[in-house]
Design a protein around this ligand. Structure first.
Ligand code: DGY
Length: 328
């Protein structure tokens, strides 16, 4: 019997592919940092029963039309805005992701970014490396406190909840905005539900962890930044397209907010000439939210298991369009 054809769009550790090895014929793009070209991806999709994808691969209707055998697209990410889920569902293609295994790691990074921005850690590290440190000064590189401040979390999913948990250790007041109320989080962590407008006006740290959807695209506009406190710090660890980046830069230049910590950008990767990088009060990271060695291995193994399960007709651990698996 011929084995299913699985195409892996980036070089991932061999160990992560173990669940797939005996079961499938695996072909892998050989590069770790250079993404597969669109042309090659379409060529491979024509033969593939499964695609093992990265968040930078666009899996759209055009690609799926070319993939008559495709049964599963398994993304190495919790976010799946790079995949046209409606189109996949229409074609009975399962879309899988990697929730849970990355929540704590991403929350750690989000909180680190918040602290780095608030306490000017990157700027201070650069200051000393460049040899500028000549004297101690009462207000030398003074940042803003984190403890006892108000954090406003937009998107209280698993990662948002894990960030809220960390905020309790800093005695922060926790506001959140989410599509639905989270009474368990309110009870356990003392978080308070707020409308989006209340949250952006009242918070000292506004942290976006909402997934990118049609409702959240361009959520943070010029007007939204204007309504934040001038001392507010904006943190984004979800997707760049939730933010109007020109409006954010304007808010930084015009001192409408005090700073921003960004792990994600509208068009990734960004170059060193990106406008937001000019500002000392912007801390920018190259989309490393879930990037710890332990977690990336766990995510990579989960992707393999998701593929095996779908191809075996079993329920995968993490499926986005459940209706596909149970469709009669
Ligand atoms: C995800 O999993 O969606 C994250 O953005 C990856 O770091």
């Amino acid at each position: 019997m011929t084995k299913p054809y699985v195409y892996v769009t980036r070089r991932v550790p061999e160990e992560a592919l173990t669940p797939l090895r005996d079961f499938a014929e695996i072909h892998m793009w050989p590069e770790e940092e250079v993404p597969v070209s669109r042309e090659e991806l379409i060529k491979q999709a024509k033969k593939a029963d499964a695609l093992y994808t990265m968040l930078s691969d666009k899996v759209d209707a055009e690609l799926m039309r070319e993939a008559p055998n495709l049964k599963v697209v398994a993304n190495l990410a919790v976010g799946y805005d790079n995949i046209d889920v409606n189109e996949a569902t229409k074609r009975n293609i399962a879309v899988c992701n990697t929730p849970d295994v990355l929540s704590d790691t991403t929350a750690d990074l989000t909180f680190a970014l918040l602290m780095a921005t608030g306490r000017r850690i990157v700027e201070s590290a650069e200051y000393i490396k460049k040899g500028y440190w000549k004297n101690w000064g009462p207000l030398l590189l003074a940042g803003t406190d984190i403890h006892h401040k108000t954090i406003g979390i937009v998107g209280m999913g698993r990662i948002g909840t894990a960030v809220a948990k960390r905020a309790t250790g800093f005695d922060m007041e926790i506001l959140y905005h989410n599509r639905s109320r989270k009474e368990d989080v309110e009870k356990q962590l003392g978080a308070t539900y707020a409308s989006f407008d209340q949250l952006i006006e009242m918070s000292d740290y506004i942290v976006c962890l909402a997934p990118l959807t049609e409702e959240t695209r361009d959520l943070f506009t010029e007007d939204v930044f204007k309504r934040m406190k001038s001392s507010a710090i904006f943190i984004n660890a979800s997707r760049g397209a939730v933010v109007d980046e020109e409006a954010l830069e304007k808010a930084i230049v015009e001192k409408e907010i005090a700073g921003a910590g960004l792990d994600v950008f509208r068009e990734e990767p960004i170059g060193e000439d990106h406008a937001l990088l000019k500002h000392d009060n912007v801390v920018a990271l190259p989309h490393i939210g879930s990037s710890s060695v332990e977690t990336r291995y766990e995510m990579a193994k989960l992707v393999s298991r998701n593929i095996v399960h779908v191809l075996q007709g079993k329920e995968p651990e993490a499926i986005v369009n459940q209706e596909v698996i149970y469709k009669e």
